[in-house]
Design a protein around this ligand. Structure first.
Ligand code: AP5
Ligand code: ZN
Length: 216
């Protein structure tokens, strides 16, 4: 299976990804996570990406297309993958099509995490992350057993630099202007399934399962 998860910041892409990944043994490619790791390690890629990320703007198509091109060629991704946060522009979607055509494969399904903007600020400002595992918590909706501490390792949780109400506004603007056209791009190919992303995470998981079950 080759799946794309599209949705605004806080719509639940990162929350649902591990569930899908475990069920189908797919590799999870999240460009946001990869870029944050590059920023933390101060690699040349991270240095180039940091400014745009801090402002809530998209980094250049060339940078992210390069990351994905490298990742999907890896042996561990040959069985299938979940793309979380990519493609985010029509140019990225076209480049992805070119890469997949070369490999003789295609995208099976695009899961659209449809949700009202009004719900997202609370989700984003309440999010806490365990950086090394990617485990995500929410102070109200998915609290850790001990406040500020990862359930599994006992290590401290952090908040993302871009998870403020002000930066969220730019991220939402980028989503509506640059990423919504990507949903239209895939709708024309008939591969989009819409989810009710405002529901409880467990209900969203059931929808995700149903809507990707018709795939081999
Ligand atoms: P990225 O990391 O992709 O961030 P994003 O798209 O803004 O998405 P989020 O990670 O904020 O949301 P999510 O849907 O994963 O939410 P989550 O499940 O954690 O990108 C960051 C930056 O990198 C971009 O701004 C850009 O600069 C750059 N970038 C990345 N990819 C790029 C690309 N392709 N091109 C160019 N630039 C790129 O949930 C959020 C919170 O809500 C959590 O606390 C969770 O516990 C809670 N929650 C989840 N589901 C529910 C629910 N159903 N009910 C209640 N609470 C819930
Ligand atoms: Zn995410």
């Amino acid at each position: 299976k080759r799946l794309i998860l599209i949705g605004p910041p806080g719509s639940g892409k990162g929350t649902q990804s591990p569930i899908i990944k475990d069920e189908y043994c797919l590799c999870h490619l999240a460009t946001g996570d990869m870029l944050r790791a590059a920023v933390a390690a101060k690699t040349p890629l991270g240095v180039k990406a940091k400014e745009a990320m801090d402002k809530g703007e998209l980094v250049s198509d060339d940078l992210v297309v390069g990351i994905i091109d490298e990742a999907i060629k890896k042996p561990s991704c040959q069985k299938g993958f979940i793309l979380d946060g990519f493609p985010r522009t029509v140019v990225q979607a076209q480049k992805l099509d070119e890469m997949l055509t070369k490999q003789g494969v295609k995208i099976d399904k695009v899961l659209n995490f449809a949700i009202d903007d009004a719900i997202l600020e609370e989700r984003i400002t309440g999010r806490w992350i365990h950086p090394s595992s990617g485990r995500t918590y929410h102070s109200k909706y998915a609290p850790p057993k001990v406040s500020g501490v990862d359930d599994v390792t006992g290590e401290p949780l952090i908040q993302r630099r871009d998870d403020t109400a002000a930066v969220l506004r730019s991220r939402l603007e980028a989503f509506h202007k640059q990423t919504e056209p990507v949903i239209d791009y895939y709708s024309k190919k008939g591969t989009v399934a819409n989810l009710h992303a405002e529901k409880h995470p467990k209900e969203v998981a059931v929808e995700v399962e149903k809507k990707s079950a018709d795939l081999s």
